[in-house]
Design a protein around this ligand. Sequence first.
Ligand code: JB8
Length: 266
Amino acid sequence: MLIDVITIFPEYLAPAQLSLLGKAAAAGIVRLQVHDLRNWTSDRHRTVDDTPYGGGAGMVMKPEPWGLAIDDLLGAPTRRPQAPEPSPPGQVPGAGAGGSELLEAAGGTGGQGDEVTLVIPTASGNPFDQALAERLAGATRLVFACGRYEGIDARVAEHYRGRDGVAVEELSIGDYVLAGGEVAALVMIEAITRLLPGVVGNAASLAEESHVRPGLLEYPVYTKPAVWRGLEVPPVLLSGHHGKVAAWRDDQARQRTAQMRPDLAG
Ligand code: JB8
């Protein structure tokens, strides 16, 4: 899977090089490329924002740098044939359309046979959940467009939606407001890439966990010592009786779901 992230804060994606994701990259399962949006500006101040039409607080991200950046990453075949955006004079793209050769490897994409899924994190997007993570884990190419300020000019999503070979997903990771899309992209990238074959060693741990069984939270887990600060591990877990352990865990999962997530509890 090839993942591109476009942002004005490339350093925000540094944690993606660590741990699980870093191992996936080292193993060649995932290639992560982070790009600075300002590389697709051409004015001396490398401007990416402007005041909102219609008034109101804050600034809005200008569409032109986004269009140039996304066009560059997607490559010429996904451009609208009748309306090519000419590069302004003196433009030096931050990165070429490299990576298209990785698409030769057959496989799923956004789920509908698209070559690329353009993910735009936004607080007003569709909820990103485990089912969506699983669908996006079938993609071969993801491009994350991380906005800041009050968000990206709405015409960017509109322009790429329905474009040949492109699926556009405007996604929210939860009902709270972040300062930009970077952390949301990091969350989604971790949730997606850990599902890729070879990233998480134990396939059973993927099948059993919270949210994979939809609507039921995970049961509590314990390890040694059997008594810690006066707190005992539930004796059933030491009984060696697999049937009783399974029944206890199922009961705990149901209790926990009712307590913590009454919205999920049936
Ligand atoms: C500007 O809360 B969020 C979120 C907030 C944002 C942007 C993207 C995502 C861009 N503010 O998920």
